[in-house]
Design a protein. Structure first.
Lengths: 335, 427, 358
């Protein structure tokens, strides 16, 4: 097998994996947009908030410690215990549900029926607010994130030796696949299947789809909009947590985690704002597209670092042919 | 609850209102935003050193010091606001800690006659004091860092790098591109092959770059990273099983923050530094006695002994010594920013002086002159031990390849002088 | 001195259609202009100009530009940072290539160049709408930043990769570089702000503006009544980019003096200007001023109160700042979803009937 081909395949596979990680972030946007027409600018900050909360709970940090110390002149930092990862995840989910309730109760309940741009703006405010609260609560320094099922059994990272050796024997070039990416793909697959099953086969899921189709009609047949929106925001919070864990495992938990939202935008554009499969397929196309472009054209001819803008250009190109994204709902315009 | 904040407010007002003579050392810190992880320890170290000077020596030369802090969040516009608002308070010397803010301030401080110290950052060619009269960047700059990294490789390879491959992974910004020219020159001189791999801001996704490195199999990788890019790059290097002792970061890629999240895999990672690491200095006893135990530590007080905290201490120590020098030259304890500038230009850091300060072997020896505002380009290598979670110095402070660097500095600073019609300030 | 139109008799169409039909309003406006032009330049110091007035004026120009595109023509754009960068780099290249030409010309030319680039990136708007378009304009944002960073020609091959504004003057008064007087920089920006507001206000009142608004309200209907969507959208992109280019040029040359593209004109700048017009009020020139003021002044005000007056630790203040700005945005929205401009309008309507509202 010629080297160049082997390299291309390797880049392709890694692009797929990166795409899954992008899709994880995009999924949160889609959930909320589909059910309530809100373009949730705060999704990235939610991932940051969730990851910070998870680490904070794991390490037994006292929330708002710095503020408390400044006000009361005390010196508290930690409770002195550490919480098992799974328990911490469960507690974080509870926090995210609480957040969803608060967002619904204090913000969007007062903004029902407003234009999309106003709802978007409210999420901007929410993003500022959440960022400030997260920093006050847990501090803005960098935190390492490790999710461990038991002592020593943590999220795997790094080269998968088995794939490396097998491909080396068959092709003469060992492929690099990151273990974390494999886990992320599995988690993403479970998440998507779970979400689709939930939407298709449960009562709440059906209600959710009804709301997504038509608010008023759903309301008139007795679906509680309030409940559905809390549900959707909770689900988005959960997805944000998963995305936060996967990205945070690599980079540590810090402010920049909220910037992963930017990686999701071209995915959304390409896949359509309203389609869960669209987010996945869009993610894969963007991941593979940008990696292959960087490998074949960007790095050798353009001096590299082309991925950021190429992802958007690629999405733009798709949009010119399908203005509503690959899987978006057909836009029917009437005068 | 409001009680404490209330008393603090009163205390602050009382501290601010009497126009007592004080030496003001403003701190443009960034405790929030994308680079908070690096900003917090520096600001803490900087503040703690002056707190200790006040408590132990009663300030500098009998005059108390204050460190008004202003949050920039590493944002250029906020930096300008901070500079302007602190200027009114009579700040003696600014340490902007951000290359972007530095470039803003270079013309401004020169016009306002206030010195600026950009230790290990900012405009490299500011070393040429003939052109940049108010900007100092001792003891080492980015080009020195690149050169010292290459020297370290030479040592490792028995003095011969010909036929070796060196790859630079850099933050795709002005800062990251700094070492390219130096390394290109050095690659010609030493005969190694040099490649560049840019990573776009913020750098959370570096799969392409590290796959490329994995294919190219360079002998050494040098990194000029910043913020989240560092953590991800080190993690990816671990992932592709790149030998960590052949992976060398610049000082902004060489703190605990950068390696901790990669865990045990990061063991052996190296970084260039211009100051020593660890907390094993007599000065730390004083810090403990006068600052920590008194509950006066800045911030959360948990950064003591980290690499960047030490950098804050080092930065504070340099300007405090320069202030002493200025007091000595001008024979007055209440120095002005302009006198402070003279002090910085006459600063000499020797081993005896550092020992006297309780910081033996903390940094390189250097002497500032009118022509040379950048020290002599000495830097050392540190290495990370993932088990003990400590950085250790693994080399002496060695000098960079002055021959190569000096000509680059002349070239760049003269271009700036020509563009802005600046006359030789030393003659 | 009551705020009402009673007693104001208009005897010509021109009088009837003027921007400020109510006398009181008009005088208030003259007073504001008088203060801005005559009083402020003689009283300001470096601090006020560099940290309050200049960012406010420059962001106002950018906000007016973006408001034309988003508020009047309904094309959501997130490419503002990139277009500001075009203005800045165009201005830099012009300044260094032709040092003897007046800065006025350079800044205007920078605007024209940005307008051309804006039209180019506006082309997809003919096909793509709404949030999809917003994300598509991000392609412009990222591409332009990459471009200016990548090719050394744009920064005259300087080793640092930054662009520095050399000393330039207009009418013999130095307005860039370190030895600029505070008032000169202020006055220079003020001229452009007034010019932009004046042009934008009158464009949006005229046939061009009405075409934009028709497109915004429903593009298909507009097309049917004879508005050419191609021309309307592209003129909106051109005019909007022109103003944004001017603001980018001023931002670089007058305000900061040295700029690195990724840091100064990154994606967060695009979002910031968008936040300004949303908070200020879409489709309102006053809203552009109000939004810029809100996002420039509020953080400074909070900082002054928190750090300087109360003496709290800077990091807590910085975090609280985020919380307060976020809360204010949300509270504002719930109280008045159409931004500060709408609050202003409501206040004026109330004032007109005051003190007998019934």
């Amino acid at each position: 097998m010629p080297e160049q081909l082997a390299y291309t395949i390797e880049v392709f596979l890694n692009g797929l994996m990166a795409g899954v990680l992008y899709a994880l972030v995009a999924l949160g946007f889609v959930l909320i947009y589909k059910a309530s027409g809100i373009f949730n600018y705060a999704q990235g900050v939610m991932a940051l908030f969730a990851a910070m909360t998870l680490v904070g709970i794991q390490n037994g940090q006292v929330p708002f410690a710095h503020l408390i110390n400044a006000i009361f002149g005390t010196d508290v930092h930690k409770f002195g215990w550490s919480v098992h990862s799974f328990v911490a995840i469960a507690l974080t989910v509870v926090v995210m549900i609480g957040l969803a309730w608060a967002v619904q109760r204090f913000v969007f309940r007062h903004l029902v029926g407003q234009e999309a741009i106003i709802l978007f703006m409210a999420t901007i405010g929410l993003a500022y607010l959440l960022e400030g609260v997260a920093d006050l609560m847990w501090g803005s320094e960098l935190k390492a994130l490790d999710v461990c099922a038991a002592e020593g059994v943590c999220l795997p990272q790094g080269l998968n030796s088995w794939i490396d050796e097998t491909t080396f024997e068959t092709f003469g070039y060992g492929f690099f696949i990151d273990n974390l990416d494999i886990v992320a793909s599995i988690v993403a697959a479970i998440l998507v299947v779970g979400l689709v099953m939930f939407a298709q086969y449960t009562k709440q899921g059906r209600a959710m789809r009804a709301v997504a189709d038509d608010h008023q009609a759903a309301l008139s047949v007795g679906v509680s909009l309030n409940f559905i929106w809390i549900l959707v925001w909770s689900l988005a919070g959960f997805v944000a947590l998963v995305a936060g864990i996967m990205w945070g495992a690599k980079s540590g938990v810090q402010f920049s985690l909220s910037l992963i939202a930017l990686k999701a935008l071209p995915v959304l554009m390409l896949g359509g704002f309203t389609s869960i499969p669209g987010a996945i397929v869009g993610g894969l196309i963007i991941g593979v597209g940008e990696k292959l472009f960087e490998f074949l054209i960007g790095a050798p001819f353009l001096g590299g670092a082309t991925e950021n803008w190429f992802a958007y250009m690629l999405a733009l190109l798709f949009l010119v042919f399908r203005p509503q994204g690959l899987f978006g709902e057909r836009i029917i315009e009437r005068v | 609850m409001k009680f404490k904040l209330g008393t603090m407010a009163v205390a602050a007002l009382m501290a601010a209102s009497p126009a007592m003579a004080e030496l003001v050392f403003p701190s443009l810190s960034y405790r929030t935003g994308p680079y908070a992880a690096s900003g917090i320890p520096f600001a803490d170290g900087y503040a703690d050193y002056f707190t200790m000077l006040n408590a132990r020596d009663g300030g500098i030369g009998g005059v108390m010091t204050t460190v008004p802090e202003c949050e920039t969040a590493y944002n250029t516009e906020k930096g300008v606001e901070c500079y302007e608002s602190l200027k009114g308070g009579g700040g003696l010397v600014y340490q902007p800690l951000s290359t972007g803010i530095t470039y803003q301030l270079i013309p401004k401080v020169t016009a306002d006659n206030i010195p600026m110290l950009t230790t290990g950052l900012g405009r490299t060619s500011a070393k040429n004091g003939r052109v940049f009269s108010h900007v100092f960047n001792f003891p080492a700059n980015y080009w020195d860092g690149a050169s010292v990294a290459v020297k370290h490789m030479l040592d490792e390879e028995g003095g011969d790098l010909s036929g070796k491959k060196v790859t630079l992974v850099y933050h795709n910004s002005a800062y990251g591109k700094e070492p390219i020219r130096t390394l290109t020159e050095l690659s010609k001189k030493h005969g190694f092959e040099f490649n560049e791999v840019p990573v776009d801001h913020p750098g959370q996704e570096q799969k392409s770059q590290w796959l490329q490195i994995r294919r190219d199999k360079p002998d050494y990788v040098i990194m000029y990273g910043w913020g989240v890019m560092n953590q991800v790059a080190i993690q990816e290097a671990v992932n592709i099983r790149f030998p960590m002792d052949k992976f060398i970061g610049i000082w902004w890629s060489g703190s605990e923050n950068d390696v901790l999240s990669a865990g045990a895999g990061a063991d052996g990672y190296k970084a260039v530094t211009f100051h020593n690491v660890g907390a094993d200095y007599p000065l730390y006893d004083d810090l403990k006695k006068y600052v920590y135990d008194e509950g006066k530590a800045a911030g959360a007080g948990d950064q003591s002994g980290t690499v960047i905290y030490n950098r804050g201490i080092y930065g504070a120590m340099l300007v405090a010594e320069a202030a002493k020098k200025a007091q000595e030259i001008h024979g007055t304890a209440n120095i002005t920013p302009s006198q402070m500038r003279d002090g910085m230009e006459a600063l000499e850091i020797t081993e005896e002086k550092m020992t006297e300060l309780g910081l033996p072997g903390f940094g390189p020896e250097f002497k500032v002159t009118c022509e040379n505002h950048g020290g002599n380009g000495f830097a050392a290598m540190t290495q990370w031990n993932a088990e003990t979670k400590e950085w250790t110095l693994i080399s002496d402070f060695v000098q960079s390849d002055q021959e190569v660097i000096q000509s680059l500095i002349e070239e760049d600073s003269n271009a700036y002088a020509a563009e802005n019609s600046i006359e030789d300030h030393c003659s | 001195m009551f705020y009402r139109e009673a007693g104001d008799f208009n005897t010509s169409y021109a009088e009837d259609q003027q921007t400020f039909p109510i006398k009181f309003d008009r005088y208030r406006y003259y007073v504001v202009l008088f203060i801005a032009i005559v009083v402020v330049p003689f009283t300001v110091n470096d601090y006020w100009v560099n940290s309050i007035f200049m960012p406010f004026l420059i962001y106002t120009i950018a906000a007016i530009g973006l408001n034309i595109l988003v508020g009047y023509c309904g094309q959501v754009s997130l490419g503002t940072g990139g277009f500001m960068a075009v203005g800045a780099y165009a201005c830099y290249k012009l300044m260094t290539a032709m040092p003897e030409v007046s800065m006025f010309i350079h800044v205007l030319l920078a605007g024209v160049i940005t307008a051309a680039v804006g039209v180019l990136f506006g082309l997809p708007s003919l096909r793509i709408k709404g949030f999809y378009l917003a994300v598509a304009t991000l392609a412009a944002q990222f591409f332009l930043v990459w471009l200016f960073n990548r090719f050394p020609w744009f920064y005259n091959y300087s080793a640092s990769g930054q662009i520095n504004a050399p000393e330039r003057d207009t009418f013999g008064i130095i307005i860039t570089g370190p030895s600029t007087e505070a008032w000169a920089a202020y006055a220079f920006c003020l001229v452009f702000t007034i010019f932009s507001a004046y042009v934008a206000r009158n464009l949006t009142r005229g046939s061009v503006g009405r075409k934009w608004m028709a497109i915004r309200d429903m593009d298909i209907a507009a097309e049917i009544i004879g508005v050419n969507p191609l021309r309307a959208k592209l003129t909106a992109f051109a005019v909007s980019s022109f103003f944004i280019g001017i603001s980018g040029a001023l931002f670089f040359a007058i305000y900061l003096g040295a700029v690195e593209v990724g840091e100064a004109f990154g994606i967060q700048k695009s979002f910031l200007v968008l936040f300004m017009i949303i908070i200020g009020g879409l489709g309102s020139i006053f809203g552009s001023f109000a939004g810029a003021a809100f996002l420039v002044l509020l953080p400074v005000a909070l900082k002054v109160v928190g750090v300087d007056l109360l003496g709290w630790p800077t990091d807590i203040v910085a975090h609280l700042q985020l919380v307060i700005v976020g809360l204010l945005i949300i509270v504002f929205l719930i109280a008045e979803p159409h931004g500060i401009a709408q609050l202003w309008r409501v206040a004026k309507d109330k004032l007109r009937l005051w003190p007998f509202p019934h």
